[in-house]
Design a protein around this ligand. Structure first.
Ligand code: GLY
Length: 399
């Protein structure tokens, strides 16, 4: 009996030592990434500050950093990364930079010519408001939600992503194209519902999510990129792609937007249908024969030359961040998957060397292969969701 108790005691001691070692390794991984990001993004900021302008870096082309105007769909990610650096380090330097780069986007709140105003304002002003509780930021978010609401089409019940003559549709003759990415705009509507008590924003978000759930998914729970609706009569006109390999293929970042977007919808509504959908998307992704061992997907699950196809680190970062959130909704095993993705992204295979990669954190993302645009490059949104994933991981692992 005595020996047994001793054995059990020793066993428990060993187990707890193992757990704390694995926790330390995880914590070190966060600390190591944050220390790297401080320096790498520090270089990026130094270049911008030295220019005397406010510049918004998106990617690298022909070895040159590409900066974007404020109406580009990615303009919120760099300011948003400043806020994540502030949260990860507590260093006021990042707060001041976050304030400066965020406030440069003020007029985006009036943007109505595409749907991405939700993305742009929530990643910049949304994070700024969370960090500072500055009431003026709320007003910007409310105006942005009003601008986004101008794109809601009541008959099909969705927010129109692109105008008929703008976007990446070419000559396809779409009437009311809705891309799966649009799920990411809904968070702004949920936030603004809380600010204003105006339930019309909530209703538009839920309608968009429900119609997307109904039409965007295939039987295997992969999703289409573009669903074109009839905005006069309602109903689906086309099920297409713009950035994927084919209409019937599964574009990797589209699957990432889907699982992230429906995780947000579950958080905000507690509707179990949304959580069930995220489980099904998870199963699609992580049982797929073309999901690589390191869990950083190829740019499209059906790309023709796998394994000789580019990976998309941005899709991996978005999925990891979504899985950390989902792990807190009764799916603790999702954290292990997210940890594995973050470990891959933190390895030299994806994380850049200091001072290289245009001062972006991650290498190997893809913008749009069918358009020959941004192939195997760094992207500001890969970095943003990587930092978000690190922050969520840190929160979850807090003692
Ligand atoms: N929202 C555009 C993209 O994911 O490329």
């Amino acid at each position: 009996m005595k020996t047994n108790l001793l054995t059990i005691g020793l066993g428990l001691l060993l187990l707890s030592a193992c757990n704390s070692t694995s926790k330390n390794v995880q914590t070190d991984l966060i600390a190591d990434n944050v220390a790297f990001a401080e320096k790498q993004i520090g270089h990026q900021v130094k270049l911008i500050e030295e220019s005397g302008k406010i510049l918004n870096p998106r990617t690298v082309k022909n070895d040159k950093i590409q900066y974007v105007p404020i109406d580009d769909w990615t303009s919120g990610f760099f300011p948003g990364s400043m806020w994540y650096m502030y949260e990860l380090t507590g260093n006021e330097k990042w707060k001041n930079l976050g304030t400066k780069y965020t406030e440069d986007l003020d007029s985006v709140k009036f943007l109505t010519w595409h749907h991405d105003v939700g993305f742009m304002i929530n990643t910049s002003y949304g994070n700024a408001y969370k960090a500072t509780k500055n009431e003026a930021y709320k007003d910007v978010m409310i105006q942005a939600a009003k601008s986004l609401a101008t794109r809601f089409r009541p008959t099909p019940g969705v927010i129109q992503s692109w105008d008929e003559d703008r976007g990446w549709q070419g000559t396809r003759g779409w009437m009311c194209p809705v891309i799966i990415d649009n799920m990411m705009n809904l968070e702004l509507f949920f936030e603004v519902t809380r600010f204003t008590g105006d339930s019309s924003f909530y209703k538009m978000a839920v309608s968009h999510a429900d119609v997307t759930l109904e039409n965007h998914f295939r039987d295997d729970y992969s999703c289409y990129h573009v669903i074109d609706y009839d905005k006069i009569k309602g109903g689906v006109r086309h099920k297409h792609t713009a950035q994927g390999y084919a209409h019937e293929s599964a574009w990797a970042r589209g699957q990432a937007w889907a699982i992230y977007g429906f995780a947000v919808c579950y958080r905000e509504t507690k509707d179990p249908r949304y959580l069930e959908l995220t489980d099904k998307i998870y199963n699609y992704l992580f049982t797929h024969k073309n999901m690589p061992e390191d869990l950083v997907p190829y740019w499209d699950f059906d790309a023709p030359n796998i394994p000789n196809e580019p990976r998309d680190a941005s899709a991996a970062a978005i999925i990891a961040s979504a899985l950390y959130e989902l792990s807190t909704f009764g799916k603790p095993e999702y954290k292990e998957t997210a940890d594995k993705i973050v470990a891959s992204l933190s390895s030299p295979a994806y994380r850049a060397l200091l001072g290289t990669n245009g001062n972006f954190l991650l290498m190997h993302s893809v913008g749009s292969i069918p358009h020959g645009h941004e192939i195997d490059v760094p992207l500001n949104y890969a970095d943003y969701y990587f930092l978000e994933a690190l922050l969520r991981k840190k929160e979850i692992e807090k003692p």
